[in-house]
Structures are given as C-alpha cells and as structure tokens.
Design a binder for this molecule. Structure first.
Ligand code: NAP
Length: 262
C-alpha cells in the first residue's frame, strides 16, 4: 500500500475537521483569540466571529467569519447552516448586544452557551472614583472646565461634544466618525500601553480626570494605574446589564461547559 505523503495527511485532517461540529466563538478580544487556540488544542473545530468594525483586526488562529449576523434570526440561521455544537462568548464586557443575541440564539437552538468575562476593576484605597451607569452619566459627571482623558472607544465619543467647556484628550483604535472639536486632541492607538507612556501622555496634556469603561482585565489597566499615581479623578462607566447567563472568569474554565468534540 502506498504511504501517505505529508500533504495527503494534511488534506485528510482538514477534511475530517470540516466534518466536525464547530464551536461558534463570539470574539473581538484578546481572550477570544487565546480561547480559540485553547479549544483547538482540545480537539474542537472553532469558528471565530468578529464584528468586522476595525479596519485591521488582529485575527485569531483558525476559521474566522467577519461581520454582523443580522440579529438573532441571522445567528440562528448561521448556527443551523454550520451545525454548531455550542456557543462560547468571549466578547468585550461592553458588547452587550451581541451577548444578548448569542444567548437568545442559543436558547432558540437549544445549544450550550458559556461566556468568559474578565473581573471588573475595583477602586483601591483612597482612589477618587465616581461610578456611573453609562456614557451620558459620565458626560454629566465631569466638573466644569475639566481636562479629561476619554479612552472608551470611538463609538460614544461624540456624546462629550455637548459640553463645550471641556478639554478632551480622546484615544481610540479607529478615528472617530465626528469632526474633532477645536479644544479636543485626538490620538489613535491600540492597547496595550505602558504605564510610563500613559503617565507621560496624561501629564503632558495636563489631564485632571480619566473617563474609562470598567472593562477589567490587565491589558488596559495601565491608564488606571497612571491615574492612581497621578492622583487623578476617575469616572468609571460600569458594565451594562446582561441576561442571567453562565459566566466564567478564565478561558481554561470554558471547556467544562462544552460537550465533547464531535
Ligand atoms: P455590540 O454593541 O454588542 O453589537 C452590535 C452589533 O455588532 C451586534 O448586534 C452584531 O450585529 C455585531 N457584532 C458585535 N460583535 C460581533 C461579533 N463578535 N461577531 C459578529 N457580529 C458582531 O458590539 P460592540 O460593542 O460594537 O463591539 C463590537 C466588537 O468589538 C465585539 O466583537 C467586541 O468583542 C469588540 N470590542 C468591543 C469593545 C467595546 O468597548 N464595546 C471593546 C473591545 C472590543 P448583528 O446584530 O448584525 O449580528
């Protein structure tokens, strides 16, 4: 019998894995990329889903689909077409819509659903935090003539433009869709950032308040640490409410809630 060549083996493995029922991994975060690799090591076929909103997304290893599904119905259609085995949700804690949709789609298709959610940040000692429920409340909470560093992504930046007394230093991965007002400075940047760079940035711009979403995790906490060391006021936007879903803190805990690979 002729021996298999390396190429034939690869093709066989690919054919076999295509027959496997995939995990639909809702992503867009560094945890999601690490989870994709972990699940593949555990023998799962993984389809990572990204919203497709950043122009040069950092892609996870393995299969990837890009763009919205078209709501719950669209996701249900995708799940049925791909014969999805389970849904793993490692989206950002503030990406509430896709989590709600994923949870609903899992209910409709009777699939297991598990979400990885980073621990939220908590104030340490005598930190000056004002905790608010949403971006509108953060805008209202800023003192008159505040010099604020707003690092909350581009989507909600324009909500700060209703206050013309503010001097805003704004940073996001993509440019904002708005005309940046004269008393604002916009910088484009992708985390992680170093503590020293964050301190220098805030000190040079003479920032007195940090406005931040309670994303949690390590990757973006340098700005919080910088605010702490510069004894700055922090306006912390707390997480949106989510349905009562199964949550774990670590990607390693996901597998125990998934069916065996088939
Ligand atoms: P969102 O408000 O929860 O979702 C809005 C819509 O975008 C969803 O209804 C869905 O469209 C589509 N969508 C979002 N995430 C998707 C995904 N992973 N795969 C396919 N479609 C997705 O989401 P968002 O806050 O705009 O965040 C978008 C993405 O960026 C997420 O993947 C999230 O993990 C990542 N991210 C968000 C933040 C943040 O602060 N919000 C920070 C870092 C990374 P359809 O209804 O058409 O399916």
């Amino acid at each position: 019998m002729p021996k298999d060549t390396g190429l034939e083996k690869t093709q066989q493995t690919e054919r076999q894995s295509r027959k496997q029922r995939p995990i639909l991994l809702l992503g867009g975060t560094s945890e999601a990329r690490r989870l994709a690799e972990l699940l593949m090591r555990e023998g799962y076929r993984v389809i990572s889903s990204l919203a497709g909103v950043t122009s040069e997304p950092v892609l996870p290893k393995g299969e990837v689909r890009l763009g919205g599904f078209g709501g719950v119905d669209g996701m249900v259609e995708f799940i049925k077409a791909e014969n999805v085995l389970a849904i793993a949700d490692a989206t950002h804690p503030f990406a509430a819509q896709i989590t709600r949709n994923g949870f609903e789609a899992a209910k409709e298709t009777d699939l297991p659903y598990v979400r990885v959610e980073r621990k939220p940040w908590k104030p340490l000692g005598n930190e000056r935090w004002t905790r608010v429920a949403d971006v509108e409340a953060a805008v209202r909470a800023l003192s008159k003539n505040a010099r604020a560093f707003v690092a909350i992504g581009r989507k909600d930046l324009e909500k700060f433009a209703v206050r013309d007394d503010l001097s805003i230093l704004a940073r996001s991965i993509e440019e904002p869709d708005m005309d940046v007002p004269e008393n604002w400075k916009f910088i484009q940047g992708r985390p992680p950032f170093s503590l020293e760079d964050e301190k220098t940035l805030m000190a040079q711009a003479r920032v007195d308040t940090l406005v931040v979403k309670n994303s949690g995790g390590k990757a973006v906490s340098a700005k919080l640490q910088a605010a702490r060391e510069l004894n700055m006021r922090v306006i912390m936007i707390e997480r949106p409410d989510l349905p009562d879903i199964r949550k774990v803190r670590k990607i390693e805990q996901v597998v125990q809630f998934l069916p065996k690979p088939v």
